[in-house]
Design a protein around this ligand. Structure first.
Ligand SMILES: NC(=O)C1=CN([C@@H]2O[C@H](COP(=O)(O)OP(=O)(O)OC[C@H]3O[C@@H](n4cnc5c(N)ncnc54)[C@H](O)[C@@H]3O)[C@@H](O)[C@H]2O)[C@@H](O)CC1
Ligand SMILES: Nc1ncnc2c1ncn2[C@@H]1O[C@H](COP(=O)(O)OP(=O)(O)O)[C@@H](O)[C@H]1O
Ligand SMILES: [Mg+2]
Length: 282
């Protein structure tokens, strides 16, 4: 089973051309952040911005607006009850849905809105509460998209796939992935201390990096944002996902060399420098 490698990362991240603008690096819409979990969507948005997405917009509970803009003036905001959200879903390249979304009636409405407004040309990343809601009602799974990426931790995957953690074998995971996204191209990022990535073509990759300092709330929200940023900028494809998984853990390991705890926002802060190193082969 192939390990994700530094060579893979170098093949994805390349130097930017001079004659470009933000429109060339993709638009990401992040949907999540209830009145209880605003930090999750802010961390995901910070990761999407720092990993290079050209434009980032956050659809969240209005209570999070002040905190979002105080932390991330680069991000745009739309109230997740705004009637224009459906149209916006249709206009972006990548949607990250789930960090801190919660499981309210409003959260269910947002998944329904996502499903009906997708164009078929977009990449969708489903994380956290979005996966828990789909576990309860499979009808909420988006069907019209170029690529569907699911990023559960093992407990979320247990709820979604009905595979109890000891029985999450490679073959069972692949079968469950294919059953969840029939007819679509799908990727499963099954997060743990040894994260594995599966795709519906049957490929399985392991992440050789990561450390227990990363066992901090928000580390997964940050990964979802990086995957969003990489898919927006480098294309909605499996290699962009693999590169995101790798750089997230690489950053975590660099911070973990001299920090007992790795704060997710430290991972985001390190990304632009690591990407520069990779792009310029420093
Ligand atoms: N600052 C914030 O606002 C944060 C909000 N969060 C949100 O909180 C909501 C609930 O998510 P949680 O993940 O906390 O709750 P869950 O109940 O989904 O899962 C957490 C539990 O799953 C178990 N588990 C087993 N294997 C695991 C693995 N490999 N990795 C992680 N957990 C594993 C652990 O017992 C853990 O306590 C989501 O909407 C999430 O996005 C979290 O992202 C944390 C940070
Ligand atoms: N012991 C560990 N070793 C390596 N990576 C870890 C470890 N614990 C957690 N991680 C990583 O941290 C992230 C946790 O994701 P998740 O549980 O969704 O966090 P949250 O929802 O709090 O943001 C995953 O990318 C996982 O691989
Ligand atoms: Mg999570």
């Amino acid at each position: 089973m192939p390990e994700i490698s530094p060579e893979l990362l170098s093949s994805v991240i390349h130097p930017r051309q001079s004659d470009t603008h933000k429109g060339d690096y993709g638009r990401v819409l992040l949907i999540g952040g209830s009145d209880q979990y605003g930090g999750a969507i802010i961390m995901a948005a910070e990761a999407a911005i720092n990993s290079g997405s050209g434009l980032v917009c956050v659809a969240t509970h209005s209570i999070n607006l002040g905190a979002l803009h105080a932390r991330l003036p680069e991000a745009m905001f739309i109230d997740w009850r705004d009637r224009n959200l459906g149209a916006m879903i249709g206009q972006v390249d990548v949607i990250v849905c789930g960090p801190g979304l919660g499981q309210s009636d409003q959260a269910i409405k947002l998944l329904q809105l996502l499903k009906v407004n997708l164009t078929g040309e977009q990449t969708v990343i489903l994380d956290a509460s979005a996966l828990d809601l789909i576990a309860k009602n499979k009808e909420l799974m988006p069907t019209r998209s170029k690529l569907i990426i699911m990023t559960p931790h093992q407990m979320e995957w247990q709820r979604l796939s009905q595979l109890r953690i000891p029985f999450q074998t490679d073959s069972a995971n692949l079968a469950a992935l294919r059953a969840l996204v029939p007819g679509s191209k799908g990727v499963l990022v099954l997060k743990s201390n040894h994260t594995k990535v599966f795709d519906t073509d049957g490929n399985i990759y392991t992440n050789p990096l990561g450390n227990p300092g990363m066992a901090t709330g928000g580390t997964g929200d940050t990964l979802a944002g990086i995957i969003g940023g990489f898919c927006a900028q480098f294309g909605g494809k499996v290699n962009s996902v693999l590169a995101a998984v790798y750089i997230h853990s690489w950053a975590g390991d660099l911070i973990g060399q001299d920090h007992y705890v790795v704060r997710p926002t430290q991972i985001s802060a390190l990304l632009p420098r690591l990407m520069k190193k990779v792009a310029e082969k420093l």
